[in-house]
Design a protein around this ligand. Structure first.
Ligand code: PLP
Length: 387
């Protein structure tokens, strides 16, 4: 058997070591861990979307290969969503592309732009895909710290001049996984300015744009002046409509960047099943108030979790958005040691935030993709352990 490519040999699946350990514990006698680690929406896709799929799957014309850029109906629905929700105008024909969820598209953006030796700016901590694919393409990854005292926003002035000069891509993610932080419009405006000055593409991950609590709806990077000249934003139906298994999302932004991504994808996949795209139109044109009901569910779960953990004496960072919250590691613990004790002694699966980069040291991440009974049980178990 030939050995794997160098790019894979250098890759470690850090996050999964905890999840694997949790599975092993679940298979043993004793308490199975409460899974508050992975952000996999536990609720079903709403019935009106499932019904749109049920009808669409019976239409033979939808069984063929879909158009590479996605169906015109879904691109138009996505353009209307961007306008309605953010006031952003994107041309359905040239500035929008349907994607297989957002993960593959974010990965493929690196293939479209990154050559060996280029710099890619990646926040620290961050969703691992940005860094992994930059490295797969031979880039030099420069991590940009997200610090709590700075609202988990990058300090643009602290980015080394040489890195800014050589950078091709700058990844950002707001609402942010893993910190739950929001970006301000002022930050997005400064980021667009920075990107235009240094000729960098801003790759904005907006997967959590619709999951927010007790605050104004989070902005899109594309609202910023000049953003359509330098940016692309990735939207996903996974979180907002409980459709993670359906694999559908869209990318919107600068026409040349959207086109480069489309080109990589024409050589890679043949699009999301057209019946799923039909269902995605039903989601984006929702008139049932579903996203608000979903937010209410997560808000109630998040309060339960944060209130409960605070009662146990832990230090919780209540998020403004996303279904994640960070908990500070108690004195004397590293993130990993704390997550290990939570798993082995409290039997609660969390993710050490260092799984998202060294900048996550000092925190573990928990999700509320679990019902209230499980959250109450997790809190009870954590309360039984002395830190
Ligand atoms: N971006 C972030 C920050 C995520 O946490 C995830 C998934 O958890 C994704 C993107 C990918 O979601 P999908 O590929 O389902 O759109």
């Amino acid at each position: 058997m030939p050995h794997r490519a160098g790019r894979l040999l250098q890759t470690e699946d850090y996050l999964f070591s905890f999840i694997d350990r949790s599975r092993a514990l679940a298979d043993q006698a004793g308490l199975a861990p409460v899974p508050l680690g992975v952000g996999d929406c536990d609720l079903p896709t709403p019935p009106h979307i499932v019904e749109a799929m049920r009808r669409a799957v019976q239409a033979p014309e939808l069984h063929r290969y879909p158009p590479y850029a996605g169906t015109a109906e879904l691109r138009t629905a996505a353009a209307s969503f961007l306008l309605r929700r953010f006031g952003v105008r994107a041309e359905a024909d040239s500035e929008l592309l349907v994607t297989l969820g957002s993960k593959e598209a974010m990965a493929h953006l690196a293939l479209a732009y990154v050559d060996p030796g280029d710099v890619v700016l990646v926040p620290d901590p961050a969703y691992p895909v940005y860094e992994r694919w930059a490295r797969f393409c031979g880039a030099e990854v420069v991590r940009v710290p997200l610090r709590e005292e700075n609202g988990f926003l990058p300090d643009l002035a602290a980015i080394p001049a040489d890195a800014a000069r050589r950078a091709k891509l700058f990844w950002v993610c707001y609402p942010n996984n893993p910190t739950g932080a929001l970006a301000t419009r002022e930050f997005f405006a400064a980021l667009a300015q920075f990107a235009l000055e240094h000729d960098i593409i801003v790759a904005s991950d907006a997967a959590y744009s619709e999951i927010y609590y007790d605050c104004a709806p989070p902005p899109s990077f594309l609202e910023a002046p000049g953003a359509m000249q330098c940016g692309i934003e990735f939207h996903s139906l996974s979180k907002a409509y409980n459709m993670p298994g359906w694999r559908v999302g869209f990318a919107a932004g600068n026409a040349a960047v959207v086109d480069a991504l489309r080109m990589v994808k024409t050589h890679t996949d043949s699009g999301t099943f057209a019946a799923i795209q039909h269902a995605a139109v039903a989601a984006l044109t929702d008139t049932t108030g579903y996203p608000e009901r979903l937010r209410a569910t997560y808000r109630a779960r998040m309060r339960l979790l944060c209130d409960g953990l605070e009662r146990t004496g832990l230090d919780v960072l209540r998020p403004s958005a996303t279904f994640y919250c960070l908990v500070r590691t108690p004195p004397g613990y590293s993130s990993e040691a704390f997550a290990k004790r939570l798993l082995e002694d409290a039997r609660v699966l969390t993710i050490p935030a260092t799984g998202f980069g060294a900048g996550g040291e000092g925190y573990v991440r928990l999700t509320v993709c679990a019902d209230t009974t499980l959250i109450e049980e997790a809190v009870r178990r954590v309360a039984g352990v002395a830190w």
